[in-house]
Design a protein around this ligand. Structure first.
Ligand code: RB5
Length: 149
């Protein structure tokens, strides 16, 4: 467990119940969950929530972020617009492990209309249990940051 053991969770309206299941699972693993909502089921806009979660990670307040929407795609795109964020959509455990080991991902995005809860929890475990390998992967990760064209 890293010194900063805080994980921020957020979603759009499509994933509120799913997010609560995830929060309980992550807390049971010993992480401190920072759930920034939303908590009511009204239709909302995933970029707001992806950006808000990403800012918690980029600022250093939280070590990781896990975000959810219908597909996982829109909220991932919004999160990746925040400097310092490396977020991937993963619906299998191999990808979830690899985005930590090779891409040093600091956020994971899930699509609740794509993946069931059981597999989603395994994907989260794979993400949280993997470590960045550094070395040549660090050189490549450094090249991801926004650069002038
Ligand atoms: C909301 O209907 C849906 O568009 C959203 O949850 C997400 O799938 C967008 O990427």
């Amino acid at each position: 467990m890293p010194a900063n053991n805080r994980i921020v969770l957020s979603s759009d309206h499509a994933a509120i119940a799913f997010r609560q299941t995830l929060a309980a699972h992550i807390a049971a693993l010993g992480w401190e969950v920072v759930d920034i909502g939303p908590t009511t089921p009204e239709s909302t806009h995933y970029p707001i929530h992806g950006r808000a979660a990403a800012q918690r990670v980029a600022s250093g307040d939280c070590r990781f972020g896990i975000i959810l929407c219908g597909t996982g795609q829109g909220i991932m795109m919004a999160a990746n617009k925040v400097s310092g964020i490396r977020c991937g959509v993963c619906h299998d455990t191999f990808s979830a492990r690899m985005i930590r080991q090779h891409n040093d991902a600091n956020m994971l995005s899930l699509g609740v209309r794509v993946i069931g809860e059981g597999l989603a929890l395994d994907v989260v475990d794979a993400f949280l249990n993997a470590e960045f390998e550094g070395g040549r992967h660090g050189t490549r990760v450094d090249m991801i940051e926004p650069q002038d064209a």
